[in-house]
Design a protein around this ligand. Structure first.
Ligand code: G6P
Length: 367
């Protein structure tokens, strides 16, 4: 296999642009279009009987898991414990036999994630892995494999694997919700329809690339950047900050918007761009008040929202990226696109080695 960049300057750009296709392919693997239901791999347990779920991963895969925690808890009423693998494997967490451990990994070779899997297995847990490489060690060690069909990912900063992980995890959460009696047929169909609409929405989001490029020039001037979000946009804020620091080397932090006043608000001045990820969802009004707190202190906001969000926030921003309208449930998949593009164009603008950032490896097989 020889990977090609096609017409793109970098693998990362190619992989960002491939998302409508590979996320579509992944979704097609987990849904039955005709009936509007999800189709899960065969499971040796029932979601109905689970008391709780543990999720373990590293890096970007961990943030996919953090989004999934919101989905499993809200949709399926299934309590989720999530941790980075390097902590989970050593903290001797008590795990009940017969419960489910989900591990998420693009490469399927990350040493800490593999060790966490083996720890959970030794406690008698069912292991379900969400992996992109079906021949990997993690896949081979798992009783249940839920593949992401992202294809080979070459850029060190993960993009398409992340959104494919989200597609798989949302399918699992919908299946869990149905099995646990929290979703009727119509409810499941509504969620599946929203999921099936994602590739089209991602394409629309990609059409906003020129606007993102303009904002990247502003971000490139910064020494530090703060990302804020609430609900499922909180993990996305963490992922946005990770992407930016990985490839542009600009210091960035992601924060739950509600935590602003417990620390990061002290940093606000006109030199610290604040990137707010806020689809107009149930917590939007709360995020607007956080933006007002930033604006009142001379902070400059870069807002990623939808048309309704623009109308309702009426904020004076450094820039606003308007995303297509979508069901808030699938917003993380759609909003990942501008978040990735912003990091990408900032790094390109700064002349950094986007596909092979310094000190980072695509797959971390050492502890
Ligand atoms: C490395 C990569 C990241 C990735 C993380 C976890 O740090 O640079 O992009 O998210 O490992 O990798 P995995 O293959 O387990 O998803």
């Amino acid at each position: 296999f020889v990977a090609s960049k096609g017409n793109y300057r970098h693998f990362m750009a190619k992989e960002i642009h491939e998302q409508p296709e590979v996320v579509g392919r992944t979704i097609a693997h987990y849904v039955d279009f005709a009936s509007g239901t999800v189709v899960l791999p065969e499971l040796p347990f029932s979601f109905k009987d689970l008391k709780r779920l543990s999720i373990t991963a590293c890096g970007t895969a961990y943030y996919a898991g953090l989004v999934a925690k919101y989905w499993f808890e809200t949709l399926a009423r299934l309590p989720v414990e999530i941790d980075v693998a390097s902590e989970f494997r050593y903290r001797e967490a008590p795990l009940d036999p017969g419960e489910l451990a989900i591990v998420i990994s693009q490469s399927g070779e990350t040493a800490d994630t593999l060790a966490s899997l083996r720890y959970a297995k030794a406690q008698g847990q069912h292991i379900l892995s969400v992996v992109n490489v079906p021949t990997s060690t993690i896949a081979r060690d798992s009783a249940i494999v839920a593949p992401t069909l992202a294809g080979p990912e070459i850029g060190v900063a993960s993009t398409k694997a992340f959104t494919c992980q989200l597609a798989v995890l949302l399918s699992l959460a919908i299946g869990a919700a149905r099995a646990r009696g929290h979703l009727d047929e119509a409810g499941e169909k509504r969620l599946v329809d929203a999921l099936v609409g994602v590739p089209g929405l991602m394409t629309e989001a990609l059409h906003g690339e020129a606007a993102v490029e303009g904002l990247a020039r502003e971000v490139a001037k910064a020494k530090d950047v703060l990302y804020l979000g609430r609900g499922t946009s909180f993990p996305l804020a963490l992922e946005g900050a990770l992407k930016l620091k990985e490839i542009s080397y600009i210091h960035a932090e992601g924060y739950a918007a509600g935590e602003l006043k417990h620390g990061p608000i002290a940093l606000i001045d006109e030199d610290l761009p604040v990137i707010v990820i806020a689809p107009c969802d149930a917590v939007f009004e709360k995020t607007v008040s956080n933006m007002q707190e930033v604006a009142a202190r001379g902070g400059r906001i870069l807002l990623i929202t939808d048309r309704q969000g623009v109308a309702q926030s009426a904020m004076d921003t450094l820039g606003t990226l308007v995303m297509p309208d979508c069901d808030p449930v699938v917003a993380p998949l759609v909003y990942a696109v501008p978040v990735q593009l912003l990091a990408y164009h900032t790094a390109v603008f700064m002349g950094k080695d986007v596909d092979q950032p310094r000190n980072l490896a695509k797959s971390v097989t050492v502890e």
